[in-house]
Design a protein around this ligand. Sequence first.
Ligand SMILES: [Zn+2]
Length: 222
Amino acid sequence: MGILSLETQNEALLTKWLWKLDRDSNGLWAQTMSILYGITNTQQLLPNINYSEFARSICHLLPFYRVATIPDEFFPIIHWKFTTHGNFTTSSAYAVLHDRGIRCPLSTIIWKLKVSHKVRIFIWLLLRGRLLTQRRLWSRGCQVPSGCHLCMNADLESSKHLFFQCPYAMGFWRMLLFRFNITFPPTNPTRVQDLWYMIRKGLDKPAIRIWDTVWVSGCWAL
Ligand SMILES: [Zn+2]
């Protein structure tokens, strides 16, 4: 088993603690979280610097967990999407985190890039519009301050804006492309993943490898 698989296995095991918090509310773990932080389910869980290191590490898996579950407003109890019986299994979480559960053409590329696994998951969530932006937090009833801190746009921050439509992001991409001598696509892309794909189509194999890494690093830096 390589380093990547161990990382993925660890994340699958951490995801199990999120599941236990929702599904085993009388269990020792849920009671501990309730006593320590007043939290009884994952909906109340938000990244917090006052949490223990372990609690903070499971918070990193929250965006993935929210993609992977159907909340109890649709079923009598919370439902895991990637097993037929709707119950969590570590192996199904591992398969999805390792991208054997869901596939899209771009995600197969992402999973092969030589970047840290943390960055892969981040890009994977970006491609699926699942990053915890202000827009998504508000849709979940979490009233965080709104507006882009970079361009002072007052609208709720979305992935589209943050990674591409913000004048700051656009300037960043133009500068980066200029540095790597890559031409900006003549047809204006509207999302950062369209920019990636449009440029990719016109490159040869060695250049594609460089562009993939530049794009992923650019998204991570923004
Ligand atoms: Zn902005």
